[in-house]
Design a protein around this ligand. Structure first.
Ligand SMILES: C[S@@+](CC[C@H](N)C(=O)[O-])C[C@H]1O[C@@H](n2cnc3c(N)ncnc32)[C@H](O)[C@@H]1O
Length: 233
């Protein structure tokens, strides 16, 4: 049973029945409103069980001093969990300043570096020093145009250190076609591997069905890759 929206506050609105015209959407406003208008725990991506992500973080086996970048972090409690485990060099980035303000207010501004930026038109993100782990849950699948996907993957490839890791969890091929009123591009592990290219070795992957606060199911694919020395070197 797959419904077409992943924000329960969208139910009954036009997002469930028809795909929005992308040209009309101001994405920053869209996401700022989502975080302003709904309690955190009612958002269609809110997690209480972070074990799928944390199992892959553990598999990467990084030192606690590792530099970890969570893209499209929103107000995720993954940051709280990573801090609790002992990671201290954390960066959270998102298009939504509202979301990052909430995150910073909860965990403390000295505990996480927050960067407001657009993954499809990055500015500040090009200037950060390379990271040991790039984490994305439920962000890449919103980039439905190849040009936006290309910008995203080019940024990722230049941001992750050699021997660093990439943890991507996106709607899988059985997943919903729309989330939060926006169309999504669904992935298999092979599709993600293809986008990453030969320099990234698949370490692990699995499907996981996320249960939304509404009780609806959202099937995801979780993947962990390791960046090897470039084949071109
Ligand atoms: C479904 S939410 C997932 C949030 C978080 N990763 C989590 O798992 O709780 C998608 C997030 O992607 C962010 N986002 C959407 N488009 C973006 C873009 N172009 N650049 C950066 N962040 C974006 C949204 O603001 C939102 O926080």
């Amino acid at each position: 049973m797959i419904e077409e929206s992943c924000n329960i506050d969208d139910r009954g609105s036009s997002c469930c029945s028809q795909q929005p015209q992308k040209e009309e959407i101001n994405f920053k406003d869209h996401w700022d409103k989502a975080y302003t208008n709904s309690p955190e725990e009612k958002l269609g991506w809110y997690e209480t069980d972070l074990s799928p992500t944390l199992s892959l973080v553990s598999k990467a086996g990084l030192k606690k001093s590792a530099r970890i970048l969570n893209v499209g972090a929103g107000n995720t409690t993954l940051i709280d969990e990573l801090l609790a485990i002992g990671y201290s060099d954390l960066i959270a980035t998102d298009l939504s300043e509202v979301a990052l303000n909430k995150l910073e207010n909860r965990v403390g501004e000295r505990k996480v570096e927050c960067i407001v930026d657009d993954l499809t038109k990055p500015n500040s993100l090009y200037k950060i020093s390379p990271v040991d782990l790039w984490i994305d849950r439920a962000v890449l699948h919103f980039f439905t145009e190849k040009k936006d996907q290309d910008v995203y993957f080019n940024l990722l490839k230049s941001s992750v250190k050699i021997n660093g890791f990439v943890l991507l969890s996106e709607f899988n091929l059985n997943g919903a076609k729309v989330c939060s009123g926006l169309p999504v591009h669904r992935y298999s592990k092979d599709m993600i591997a293809n986008k990453l290219g030969a320099d990234f070795e698949l370490i692990d992957s699995f499907n996981h069905t996320y249960i939304m606060p509404s009780g609806d199911e959202r099937p995801y694919v979780y993947t962990l890759f390791k960046k090897r020395v470039s084949c071109l070197l």
